[in-house]
Design a protein around this ligand. Sequence first.
Ligand SMILES: Nc1nc2c(ncn2[C@@H]2O[C@H](COP(=O)(O)OP(=O)(O)OP(=O)(O)O)[C@@H](O)[C@H]2O)c(=O)[nH]1
Ligand SMILES: [Mg+2]
Length: 151
Amino acid sequence: MRRILLAGRTGAGKTTLTQALQGERQHYRKTQTVECIGALIDTPGEYTETKRLGYALALWAYEADLVGLLCAANEPFSLFPPCCTCMVNREVIGIVTKTDAPNARPERAAAWLRLAGCKKIFAVSARTGEGMEQLSAYLQGEAAETKQKTT
Ligand SMILES: Nc1nc2c(ncn2[C@@H]2O[C@H](COP(=O)(O)OP(=O)(O)OP(=O)(O)O)[C@@H](O)[C@H]2O)c(=O)[nH]1
Ligand SMILES: [Mg+2]
């Protein structure tokens, strides 16, 4: 699996997505610092919410093969400025989380992520498993392709 850095506001579902991708039991745990779990780099929401801490995300992106910007389907507004993906020299994908939430508006969240510059968008629910297979296959499949190219 390619190494992915997950960024998004507090409560966007980064840690839960990490647990779902790893097939772990889901349990709430506030992320206090950047955590590397296998091929996943989980970050605290405060890094996305606070300009000064945001510089750390740019540096951590160098440790990843790609960056995932998370926006929950029930978020009231987006934290990502238009075209902000150009600040990162890695592929940036958009991940709409919590598609199962009762007040979910996944199309709106996807539009915000597109505006931020994400070309590829996945819509997932870590709770129901919706969309998880596609996201996981994308991360695994691309890894296999990269391996093939280098051998
Ligand atoms: N309904 C629903 N709730 C979810 C989903 N994913 C996460 N949650 C809930 O959202 C809350 C926050 O999830 P976290 O994964 O801790 O969010 P986070 O982005 O890691 O937050 P920070 O660590 O504070 O940055 C938890 O109560 C989760 O159970 C989902 O797919 N559906
Ligand atoms: Mg977390």
